[in-house]
Write a protein that binds this ligand. Structure first.
Ligand code: FNR
Length: 184
């Protein structure tokens, strides 16, 4: 059977380069990985009062994460950290206390930015959050994509052979790592 990978993209905008990066990785992935994008654009801002009666959209998010075998976070960098929309989704899925939907799942963190960091600082913050949430995060390869015109199109086609090879190496390594961790 296939490994179900829940994809969380930390950008809501239509032209998101991080969504393009997610699609590029999906195109290159071996057939045993099945990707599902997790919707985060309709979530309310997390409020601890939710814990008494979790809103429907928040329950849906938790169920989607729980149904997945593995996680793929694709994050932009906002002011040297992860965007609030992504942190909000993570906070929601981590609660109510004692029901952390991420617990024990393996994951990978990748990202793109237009700056020279390639979202590295945001990814480092995210790794810290995920360590606390008991997500085992793939150590290498790190994927810090500096976006330039024509590098990735809306369908995830890659305009540069070096980047294509590099992302192929990433997704092959990710799949190999999942095989060592997850029963088939
Ligand atoms: C940015 N951007 C940005 N880029 C970067 O490399 N380091 C940073 O700290 C920031 N900070 C930042 C803050 C805010 C509020 C915005 C809106 C943008 C630029 C960012 O890389 C660029 O907008 C990307 O296109 C965002 O990713 P998506 O939405 O295209 O996936």
């Amino acid at each position: 059977s296939k490994y179900k990978v829940a994809v969380l993209v930390g950008s809501l905008r239509k032209e998101s380069i991080n969504r393009r990066l997610a699609r590029a990785v999906e195109r290159l992935a071996p057939a045993e990985l099945e990707f599902g994008h997790v919707r985060i654009d309709d979530l309310p801002l997390y409020d601890q009062d939710f814990d008494a009666d979790y809103p429907a959209a928040c329950k849906r998010l938790k169920q989607q994460v729980e149904a997945a075998d593995a996680l793929l976070f694709v994050t932009p960098e906002y002011n040297r950290s992860i965007p609030g929309v992504l942190k909000n989704a993570i906070d929601i899925a981590s609660r109510p206390w004692g029901t952390n939907s991420f617990a024990g799942k393996p994951g990978a963190v990748i990202g793109a930015s237009i700056g020279a960091t390639g979202s590295a600082l945001a990814q480092q913050h995210l790794r810290n959050v995920l360590a606390y949430l008991d997500v085992a995060v793939l150590g290498q390869p790190e994927v810090f994509i500096k976006f330039t015109d024509g590098l990735l199109d809306e369908d995830g086609r890659i305009g540069n052979e070096g980047t294509q090879k590099f992302l192929q190496g990433f997704v092959d390594r990710y799949a190999a790592w999942l095989r060592t961790l997850l029963p088939r």
